[in-house]
Design a protein around this ligand. Structure first.
Ligand code: B3K
Ligand code: ZN
Length: 871
C-alpha cells in the first residue's frame, strides 16, 4: 500500500456537531449505537466516508429512516454513505467482540474489565466514524452492563446520571463538553478498588480525583495520586494552565501496549506506571510514575484542548508534552541529574534510531503505519527542539509565544506551522531556519577547533556541522545549533571573555552555517573550551580537546552536565582505546582516568544521585553508537576490565557505601533515591571483583529493605559467575524472589527482566526457560517486554551473540506475538534497527532472521519495520 503523505492532507468535508454513543456491554457481543448529528461543511459530493475495522454492521439510519443497501457500501477501510443535503442525524449500530481483541486497540478486556485504547486509530474498531484527529465533537456516552461484574462504569467528561435497569443491570451517562477527536475517547467498565482525593484548582474549583486499581492495590496508588496533584499545581504555576472538568479519573490496567493514555478526563494507565510502594517498586519506577502521570495530565492542554490536525503533527503534542514533563521532573528532583538522565535516554534511543534505517524527521512527510511513528525521535528529539527553541528565543518570548499558542488554537486541531507562527509573533529571531529541525532527520555532528592568538588576545573557535545522509534524505542543509559555551583557563578557572563585544563567562554561540568562526576577545592565555553545556543542542560533539584538557575541565567545570559529560567522554575514549589493543596494559591512561573519577566522586559525594552517575560507565549500547563493525562481547569485556580497575582502586569507599541503608519509614524522595542509587552503583562496581564481594552482595540482597536495593543486589549477583558457591547466589536469590512475589505480576516482570538482561554463560537456556514458565503470557505486553525487549534492547551482548542465536530467539518471539498483537511485534522488531553496525558475521545472522520475518507474511505494522530495516 502507498504511504500516507503530509501533502495529501485534505480537510474533512463534514462537521460532526455532536456524538451520542450507547454501549450494551457484553464480552463477546457488545452493541454500539452511534448517533452523529452534523452537516456537510464544504463541497458537493454526497458521499460520506467513515472509518471502520472489524465491525459487524447491524443497522444504519439517516434522519430516522433505515438507509437502503444501495445507498451505502462497506469497504475494507470502512463505509461510504450517500448523504442527503443539509443537516443529518446518522445512526449506526454495530457489534464487536472485546473479549477476542488481543491487539489491545479499540475496546478490549483486561483482567475481566472492559477498557479502550483509541490513539491513534482504535476508535474505528469500536464504531464507524471519521477517525482522524481534525474532526472534533462533543461526546455523550451511555453504557449499560451487568451490575455485579461491572460495578464501575466510566467515560470521558463529567458524570451525568446512573441507575439500575431491572435487578441485574445498570447504566451510567457521561458527557464531555469539550469537543475532541475520537482518539481521545475512553470507556472503562469493571470492578476496582478506588483511591480518592481532590484538588482545588487556581480558580477555587474543588475537583474530585480518583485512581481505579485492582482489588487490594489501592494503598499502592498513593504516590501516583500525589504526583497527579503536584502536576496539576505545577501546570498552573509554570504554564498558567488550569484543569477544566468536574472530575479527573485514572484507571490502571494490566494489559496495555505502552505506558499510558491521555483520554480526556479519563487517563488509562499501564498498571506498572501507577502502583508503587517501597516494597514492590524501585526508585526508577517511582520516577517513571511521576513523569508519566505528569505527562498524561499535561496533555490536557498540549494535545487535548489543542490537538493535532493530522498524525504528521504528532510531535506537536508529544514533543511539547515530553518537554513539559521533563521540566516538571527537573523541578521536582535535581535539575542536573534529571538532565543527565534525559540525555542518556536521548542518546541511547534516539541517536541510535537517527543513525539507522528507521531514521525519520521529527515531523516526517510520509509514513506507512501510524503506530510505528510513536518513536524516540518524535518524543525525545521533539522535546529537545522545544528546549532548543527556548534557548534560542529566551524565556520571555518563549512563554509569550506559548500563551499566544494556547489562546489562538484552544479547541482546534493545529500544525507545527501554527505553533511556530505563534512563537514567531513573540520573537525577533527568524524561526524559518529553526523549522528545518522538524523536517530534517539525522543527528548533526559538530566539530570544534580553537586557535589562541597570544598577541591579539583572541581565541578563534571554528565550528563545523555535518549531518550524514538518512533514508530518503541524501543531502542535508545547515541547521541553527545553539551551543552554550564557556572558556576555562588551563588551571580550570572559568574565564570572563568577550564575544561580539559582550563580556560574559558563558556565551550562547549559534552555529547557523556549515562552518563558522567565533572570535572571543580579551583572552590572555590559551583556554580550554567547554561546548554544548547542559546539552543545549541535540548533537554529537567532536570537541577537539585532548584528555588532559578534559580531565582539567572535569575537575573544574561548574556545569554539572558538562562535568559529567567530560568524564563520560574520557571513559569512552579509554574504553575504545582498551578494546582496540586488548593486550596493552594502558597503565597511564587508566590511572589518570581512575584518579579523575575518584576525585569527582569525592567532590560530589554530598549529592549522591550525581555521584552515582559519575560512577556509571557508558554502556555497551552507547559505545556501539560510535563504532563500525561493532563487537559487543569485546566491548563488554573491556568495560568489565575498566570497572574492575575502578572497583579495585575505590574498594574502601565503595564497601562503606554498600553497607549504608536508610532506616525508618520508606522515603521515595529524590534525596533518598539518590542515596540508594549510589549504593547500587557501588554494588555494581564491586560485583566486578567476582567472588571477593559475593557474600556481601548476597547478604545485601537478603536484607534489602526496599525493592530498589533488592533489585540492585540481584542485578549485581547476575554479574558474579565464577563457579563455586557464589555462582549459585544468583539462582538462589531468584528462587527466593519468586517465592516472595509470585502473585504480584508487576514485581514478577522484574524477575523476568533481570534474567533476560543478565550476561551469563547459561543465558540462552535461561531465556527458553523463562518463555516456558507457567506465568509467561504472549498476550500480556508487560510480560513479553520483560523478556523480549529487556533482552533485545538492553542486553546487547546476548542479543548480538556472534553465532546469531539472540537474533533467532527474538525472531521466534516476534513470529508468535504478531498474530496476537501487531503493535507489540512491530516494536520488538525495531530491535534490529542497528544491525548494519555490527561485525560482518553478525550482520549475516541478523539479515537471515530479518529475511525470515520478511517471508512470514506478518502484520502491516511489523512489515513496515522489516521493509525499512532491510532497505
Ligand atoms: N499518546 C499516548 C501514546 C499512544 C500510542 C499509540 N500507539 C501516550 C502518550 O504519549 O502520552
Ligand atoms: Zn504523550
Amino acid at each position: 500500500p502507498p504511504p500516507v503523505r503530509l501533502t495529501d492532507y485534505r480537510p474533512y468535508p463534514f462537521v460532526i456537531k455532536h456524538v451520542h454513543l450507547d454501549f450494551f456491554l457484553e464480552p463477546t457481543k457488545t452493541r454500539v449505537r452511534n448517533k452523529m448529528t452534523g452537516k456537510r461543511s464544504f463541497g458537493e459530493h454526497a458521499l460520506m466516508n467513515l472509518d471502520g475495522e472489524n465491525l459487524k454492521l447491524i443497522s444504519i439510519a439517516i434522519n430516522g429512516l433505515a438507509v437502503p443497501e444501495e445507498e451505502y457500501e462497506i469497504t475494507p477501510e470502512g463505509i461510504s454513505i450517500h448523504m442527503p443535503a443539509g443537516e443529518f442525524c446518522l445512526e449506526i449500530e454495530t457489534e464487536i467482540s472485546p473479549e477476542t481483541n488481543t491487539q489491545l486497540s479499540g475496546l478490549y478486556m483486561s483482567g475481566g474489565r472492559f477498557c479502550t485504547q483509541c490513539e491513534a486509530e482504535g476508535f474505528r474498531r469500536i464504531t464507524y466514524y471519521p477517525d482522524r484527529p481534525d474532526v472534533l465533537a462533543p461526546f455523550d456516552v451511555r453504557m449499560e452492563a451487568d451490575k455485579d461484574a461491572y460495578p464501575y462504569l466510566l467515560s470521558n467528561g463529567n458524570p451525568v446520571r446512573s441507575g439500575n435497569i431491572g435487578t441485574d443491570r445498570h447504566f451510567a451517562i457521561w458527557s464531555d463538553p469539550h469537543p475532541k477527536p475520537s482518539y481521545l475517547f475512553a470507556l472503562v467498565a469493571g470492578d476496582f478498588d478506588v483511591y480518592t482525593d481532590s484538588f482545588t484548582t487556581m480558580s477555587g474549583k474543588e475537583t474530585p480525583l480518583a485512581i481505579y486499581v485492582d482489588k487490594g492495590d489501592s494503598d499502592r496508588s498513593a504516590y501516583a495520586m500525589d504526583a497527579l496533584k503536584r502536576s496539576m499545581s505545577w501546570d498552573e504555576d509554570v504554564f498558567g494552565r488550569e484543569y477544566d472538568l468536574d472530575v479527573f479519573n485514572i484507571v490502571a490496567v494490566r494489559d496495555f501496549n505502552f505506558g499510558a493514555m491521555e483520554n480526556k478526563g479519563l487517563n488509562i494507565f499501564n498498571a506498572a506506571y501507577v502502583l508503587a510502594d517501597g516494597q514492590t517498586a524501585t526508585d526508577a519506577d517511582f520516577e517513571a510514575i511521576e513523569s508519566i502521570v505528569a505527562h498524561e495530565y499535561f496533555h490536557n492542554w498540549t494535545g487535548n484542548r489543542i490537538t493535532c490536525r493530522d498524525w504528521f503533527q504528532l510531535c506537536l503534542k508529544e514533543g511539547l508534552t515530553v518537554y513539559r514533563d521533563q521540566e516538571f521532573s527537573a523541578d521536582m528532583r535535581s535539575r542536573s541529574v534529571t538532565r543527565i538522565k534525559d540525555v542518556i535516554r536521548l542518546r541511547s534511543r534516539q541517536f541510535a534510531e537517527d543513525a539507522g534505517p528507521l531514521a525519520h524527521a521529527v515531523r516526517p512527510d510520509e509514513y506507512a503505519r501510524i503506530d510505528n511513528l510513536y518513536t524516540a525521535t518524535v518524543y525525545e528529539k521533539g522535546a529537545e527542539l522545544i528546549r532548543m527553541l527556548r534557548v534560542l528565543i529566551g524565556d520571555t518570548a518563549f512563554f509569550a509565544g506559548l500563551n499566544r499558542y494556547f489562546d489562538s488554537y484552544d479547541g482546534k486541531a493545529a500544525t507545527i506551522e501554527d505553533f511556530l507562527n505563534a512563537m514567531q509573533l513573540s520573537t525577533s529571531e527568524d524561526l524559518r531556519n529553526f523549522a528545518r529541525w522538524y523536517s530534517q532527520s539525522g543527528t548533526p555532528t559538530v566539530t570544534a577547533k580553537g586557535v589562541h592568538d597570544t598577541i591579539a588576545r583572541t581565541y578563534t573557535l571554528t565550528l563545523k556541522q555535518h549531518t550524514s545522509a538518512t533514508p530518503g534524505q541524501p543531502d542535508k542543509i545547515a541547521l541553527p545549533i545553539p551551543l552554550k559555551t564557556a572558556l576555562f583557563s588551563g588551571k580550570g578557572r572559568r574565564l570572563s571573555t568577550k564575544l561580539n563585544g559582550q563580556a560574559n563567562d558563558e556565551h550562547l554561540l549559534i552555529l547557523r552555517d556549515f562552518e563558522q568562526d567565533f572570535v572571543f576577545t580579551d583572552v590572555s592565555s590559551a583556554p580550554i573550551h567547554s561546548l554544548n553545556r547542559g546539552f543545549s543542542a541535540p548533537v554529537r560533539l567532536v570537541d577537539g580537546l585532548n584528555d588532559a584538557n578534559r580531565s582539567a575541565l572535569a575537575a573544574a567545570d561548574n556545569d554539572p552536565f558538562a562535568q559529567w559529560e567530560g568524564l563520560q567522554t574520557l571513559a569512552r575514549n579509554i574504553l575504545l582505546e582498551m578494546s582496540k589493543d586488548e593486550d596493552g596494559d594502558h597503565k597511564d591512561s587508566l590511572s589518570a582516568f581512575i584518579d579523575a573519577i575518584d576525585e569527582a566522586y569525592t567532590a560530589t559525594i554530598d549529592d549522591p544521585a550525581f555521584a552515582a552517575l559519575i560512577l556509571r560507565m557508558p554502556t555497551v549500547g552507547e559505545l556501539i553508537l560510535d563504532q563500525k563493525d561493532a563487537d559487543p562481547s569485546k566491548l563488554h569485556a573491556t568495560r568489565l576490565k575498566l570497572k574492575r580497575a575502578i572497583a579495585r582502586h575505590m574498594q574502601g569507599s565503595l564497601v562503606a557505601t554498600v553497607q549504608h541503608s536508610d532506616t525508618g519509614v520508606f522515603d521515595p524522595s529524590a534525596a533518598a533515591a539518590g542515596r540508594r542509587a549510589l549504593k547500587a552503583a557501588a554494588i555494581d562496581l564491586l560485583s566486578g571483583l567476582q567472588d571477593e564481594h559475593a557474600d556481601r552482595i548476597y547478604e545485601s540482597f537478603l536484607s534489602a529493605p526496599t525493592m530498589t536495593e533488592k533489585l540492585s543486589a540481584l542485578n549485581a549477583l547476575a554479574n558474579v559467575e565464577n563457579g563455586g558457591p557464589s555462582g549459585e547466589y544468583f539462582d538462589k536469590a531468584l528462587l527466593a524472589f519468586e517465592e516472595e512475589w509470585k502473585d504480584t505480576p508487576i514485581v514478577m516482570d522484574k524477575w523476568f527482566s533481570v534474567q533476560a538482561m543478565s550476561i551469563r554463560a547459561d543465558l540462552r537456556a535461561r531465556l527458553h526457560r523463562l518463555c516456558s514458565h507457567p506465568d509467561f503470557d504472549f498476550k500480556n505486553p508487560n510480560r513479553v517486554r520483560a523478556v523480549a525487549a529487556a533482552f533485545a534492547m538492553n542486553n546487547p551482548v546476548g542479543f548480538h551473540a556472534p553465532d546469531g542465536w539472540g537474533y533467532e530467539f527474538l525472531t521466534d518471539i516476534i513470529l508468535k506475538v504478531d498474530g496476537l498483537n501487531p503493535a507489540l511485534s512491530a516494536r520488538l522488531t525495531t530491535s534490529f534497527e542497528s544491525w548494519r553496525r555490527f561485525s560482518p558475521d553478525r550482520q549475516a545472522h541478523a539479515e537471515k532472521q530479518l529475511r525470515r520475518l520478511d517471508d512470514a507474511n506478518l502484520s502491516k505494522n511489523a512489515q513496515d519495520i522489516i521493509t525499512r530495516a532491510l532497505a
